[in-house]
Design a protein around this ligand. Structure first.
Ligand code: AMP
Length: 223
């Protein structure tokens, strides 16, 4: 199994799809957003700065991201592949990631762009709740995504939490940041021949099936 990178605007379904892929391929889901939120919770050396940047919808400095990510990718559970969500987010990170891969002797794998309409993404953000324990995602704006019991995870019975940056104002800023800084990396990966695009507005089952097709096709060709 190879590595998978998601490139997507906020609320395109990166977290949900990563969870599904993790279940199927038994590889870890590494989200730079989660790594940063856990730094804040642990009160790590960069905690205050990271919190401020996240709440403003701005990117955290590249150097901090490189340090935290290299440390995480060096762990042995990444040896057979991983799903990277939230990184790279700009061209400088994409170039640095090539260096990190070289250093760790890893392959780029698949870069999957999740395309989604801005208004659908906004609705997903405003209603989103995450399980504080298992990471399952729910949404009050969509009937089929509501938890069975209000505020409680269907999977593990733990409390659901809303992220501080899941509000309309921060969403608009995050979306703008995506267009300005993250979209340019699409061309970078297109030129390397590792880019795939999926319409993520058609629901998670559709997107998941499309990703499975890409992986099956590619693994067949490399046999
Ligand atoms: P996410 O959970 O991917 O939506 O990320 C939440 C926030 O964490 C972003 O809005 C950024 O402030 C920060 N963040 C996550 N990943 C990165 C990254 N690769 N580079 C810089 N900042 C990041």
């Amino acid at each position: 199994m190879k590595n998978i990178i998601f490139v997507a605007p906020p609320a395109a379904g990166k977290g949900t799809l990563a969870n599904l892929l993790k279940g199927k391929y038994h590889i870890p889901h590494i989200s730079t957003g989660d790594i940063l939120r856990s730094e804040i919770e642990k009160g790590g050396k960069y905690a205050e700065y990271i919190k401020e940047q996240i709440n403003l919808g701005k990117l955290v400095s590249d150097d901090i991201i490189f340090e935290l990510l290299t440390e995480r990718l060096s762990q042995s559970d990444c040896d057979n592949g991983y799903i990277l969500d939230g990184f790279p987010r700009n061209l400088k990170q994409a170039e640095a990631y090539d260096e990190i891969l070289k250093k760790l002797n890893k392959d780029i794998g698949y870069v999957i762009v999740l395309d989604i309409d801005k208004e659908i993404a906004k609705k997903r953000i405003i209603g989103r709740l995450n399980c504080s324990n298992c990471g399952a995602v729910y949404n009050y704006m969509f009937e089929e995504m509501k938890p069975k019991k209000e505020g409680i995870c269907d999977v593990c019975n733990n409390l659901l939490k809303r992220r501080d940056d899941d509000n309309e104002e921060t969403f608009n800023k995050r979306y703008e940041t995506y267009l300005e800084q993250t979209e340019p990396i699409i061309k970078y990966y297109e030129d390397k021949g590792v880019l795939y695009r999926i319409n993520s507005g058609k629901g998670k089952e559709y997107a998941f099936t499309e990703i499975e097709k890409i992986i099956n096709q590619k693994e067949l060709n490399s046999d």
